[in-house]
Structures are given as structure tokens and as C-alpha cells.
Write a protein of this length. Structure first.
Length: 260
């Protein structure tokens, strides 16, 4: 009997299952997993799925594009006693199964009526942006035209972390920025003097304290720009406060340590 089957009495309502097909550990508390759903699972870039194990469920933003055959997730461990699901997931490997709610949720999706997309995130908070960029590059019909020609969309990804190893998608985002002039990527480390960050020569400081100057330096028209924020709630609150009372459009996806 699989783990997901063992969970059925504990999890109520409609759900299917998904099998872990791959796992990559980034650090002792960060890892990526790929899930193969038992049933088809359609979603929009930026949305999240709800998975479960040991009778516990939590939402996770999806890294993969809807066009990819598997669901990719980037997970941060929250140790016991604060963590609930992530300690269980951390012990799971390839071949094991989790429950999966059949429908995605979330409204943190691309705003196609704006040409400039300023995507601010911390650690796992960059996940929705990777999904959006993968979809944009793979699907010439996406997003639908809402007054902005597809060729005019520009993406500015600003990722903040305490340590270099927390930048789980910096290689991919850096490569995309190098290959496409409509994508920019600026990672920043907030603790540059600590030993794990030795050799870091990029931007420093909390990402929320850098976003205003970044936007100003590029001369982005507020009426043509949407600022997105995903990750640590204090980061989100600060970014929102910086753009409140301006003509910039602001949207947020609030979560913290997925288990809270």
C-alpha cells in the first residue's frame, strides 16, 4: 500500500495522487521535487497546487510551466515543531506518492495589460516567476493580448536571499537574462559578510530596499508597470508601502515557510 493510500482516511474531499519522479537537494533545508500526477493537472503560471502526505496538506507554488509534463516544486524545510508537512516531504524520495487536489488555486498570475513586470521574490518566492517566464518563452500565444503587444513585454526579476545557496534558480534566470534582452535578473544577498557567502560579488542588501532605485534607474513608466511581490511577508509589506500612493500597479502572493 502506498503512502498516499494510507492517507485517504485522513484527507477529506476530492483528491488524486502524484508520484515523485525526481529529487534534487540544493542544501540541507532546500530541495526540488518533480511530481507526475495520476490525472491531468491544468494550471496557470503563478498558481499553486495543494499536496499532502501523512494526512497533512499544504499549498506550494508551481515552478514548472503548464506545458511541462510534470509538476516541479521548490520546497524549504521547516523543522519540527513549527513545521508540519515539510518534515514529512523531506524524508520522501523517488517512487513515493503524495496526494494532490485536482484543481490549482491562486490569482497571482501575469497581468498582461502591463508591459513592464517587476517580479520581486525571496527564496521560494521566485517560483511563480520561473513558471511565468518558462511559459512566455515556450508559448508564442501567451499571454493573451490585452492592449500590449507580446513583443513589448519586459520582465525584471529581483531575487533576495540571506545566503547564496538559497538562490535556487539563479543559474536558469541568469541564463535567460543573458539570452533575452527583454529579461533582466538581479539577485541580492543580505548577509554578504558571512562565511557561506564568501566570494559573492553581486548586489547586496535586502531586495525590498533595492527595488525603488532599480525601477527608477530604468525609467519605467508607472502606468505601464506592475510590481509583483512573493515570499517573506515583511518584504511584501515593505514593497507595498514603497509603491502605495503611486501609479504603479501592485499585486502580492503572501506565504511564509509554507507550513505556517
Amino acid at each position: 500500500m502506498t503512502q498516499a493510500q494510507n492517507q485517504k482516511p485522513a484527507i477529506k474531499g476530492k483528491f488524486t495522487t502524484a508520484t515523485i519522479t525526481r529529487r534534487v537537494d540544493i542544501a540541507h533545508d532546500l530541495w526540488k521535487i518533480w511530481l507526475k500526477p495520476e490525472q491531468s493537472f491544468a494550471f496557470k503560471p503563478g498558481q499553486y497546487c495543494t499536496i499532502g502526505a501523512a494526512g497533512i496538506e499544504r499549498p506550494y507554488s508551481i515552478v514548472s510551466s503548464p506545458d511541462e509534463p510534470e509538476i516541479e516544486l521548490f520546497v524549504e524545510l521547516v523543522p519540527l515543531p513549527d513545521g508540519n508537512l515539510t518534515p514529512v516531504l523531506h524524508k520522501m524520495g523517488v517512487g513515493e506518492t503524495v496526494t494532490l487536489r485536482p484543481r490549482p488555486k491562486g490569482i497571482f498570475v501575469i497581468q498582461p495589460k502591463y508591459k513592464n513586470h517587476v517580479l520581486v521574490g525571496t527564496v521560494t518566492g521566485t517560483v511563480p516567476y520561473v513558471s511565468m517566464l518558462r511559459k512566455f518563452l515556450a508559448d508564442p500565444e501567451w499571454p493573451e493580448d490585452q492592449g500590449v503587444p507580446r513583443s513589448e513585454h519586459r520582465f525584471f526579476v529581483l531575487e533576495g536571499a540571506s545566503y547564496v545557496h538559497e538562490l535556487g534558480y539563479d543559474e536558469e534566470l541568469g541564463k535567460l537574462a543573458a539570452e533575452h534582452d527583454f529579461i533582466e535578473f538581479m539577485p541580492s544577498i543580505s548577509r554578504p559578510d558571512e562565511e557561506p557567502n564568501k566570494g559573492w560579488d553581486g548586489a547586496t542588501g535586502r531586495i525590498n530596499t533595492l527595488v525603488e532605485d532599480y525601477v527608477a534607474e530604468r525609467g519605467l513608466n508607472p502606468l505601464e508597470t506592475c510590481v509583483y511581490a512573493c515570499g517573506h511577508p515583511q518584504m511584501i509589506e515593505d514593497v507595498r508601502a514603497r509603491f502605495e500612493g503611486t501609479d504603479f500597479h501592485f499585486i502580492e502572493e503572501r506565504f511564509w515557510k509554507d507550513d505556517d
